[in-house]
Write a protein that binds this ligand. Sequence first.
Ligand code: EPU
Length: 350
Amino acid sequence: LPIQENVPLAPMTTLGIGGAARYFLPARDEQEVAAGVHWAGEQGLPLFVLGGGSNIVVADEGFPGLVLRMELRGLNLVEEPDGIIALEAAAGEDWDQAVELAVSRNLAGIECLSGIPGTVGGTPVQNVGAYGQEVSETLVWVRALDRRSGCVVTLSNADCRFSYRQSIFNTAQPERYVVLAVTYRLRRNGEPALGYADLQKELAGTPTPSLAQVRDAVRRIRERKAMLLVPGDPDGHSAGSFFKNPVVSRAHFERIQGTAPGPVPHYPAGRDETQVKLAAAWLIENAGFRKGCTRGRVGISSKHTLALVNRGGASARELLALAREIQDGVNQKFGIELRPEPIFVGFSGV
Ligand code: EPU
């Protein structure tokens, strides 16, 4: 196996923070994935599967085990009955290229998920969502290596137990599966999803937008918020949203609304009427943290309050100190503990 040693991880992440992988293996086919997983098991080493590095924070000490970089390739469209097309995508494919392929063939279902950095394999893990769509709405199968049995298994949508930013892959069974490929069910010539207010505003002059126009609109919005990776943007070194949007009781929301200077942004939280989802970015701003504020080499993006950014040469320690300061501020003001959204790699006890 072409295993490398002491490979710096920071350049493989969008944040650009953190130490090295003790061992590192780029895996280009399923045999290499299986062999790498087996090797780590034999050595008694922890394993981390790296995709696009767009949603992770790596510890300054690095990762003491094997980092397996998922490099499986393949994007296939398979015709099914009734205008349904299955998009079968290997875990190492760039997610936005998968979306681009779907949109270019006029296949609906993932157009609002345009411009999200990262790989296909990461999408089921955190149930990637944006602008009113989540991958759980179109995902049909996940092909995965089950580390417990050593076998390749196929998980259905129900098996993945999706909810907002959650699945079995990051809750009930966090270490168990290595995602190899994902199948999404798309609709030929389907209507785009236009549920999100920001998106409706952006498309106000376009009464019946095509999938391609929705994709462009989403990318424009993301670019304005520095949530699209643009080389040279000083706000680009982030892990996207650093915190999840918290779900609170309606009573808690009403208490906050009662003392707020204006309307408090809130959204339905699934089917349960007694719960509401609040905008973490609003809570952070209204706890006194400004866009563009800086603490040494880290800060808050000047374009979106929910993105914490590396302003150059930052450490994970500095980043986590700022995150803690924000969590404490929001907790004191609103009685809500914000939960981080990225995956932490190489930290003990986080
Ligand atoms: N807001 C602010 N300040 C800001 C930005 C937003 O107060 O700087 C408030 C506004 O009231 C705004 C509301 O927050 O209306 C929502 O903002 P936005 O539409 O930008 O979405 P978000 O809730 O901050 C979520 C996802 C993003 C996703 C967008 C668009 C989470 C944690 N984040 O952000 O996903 O792109 O919606 O759908 O759910 C990610 O997970 O990494 C991510 C980027």
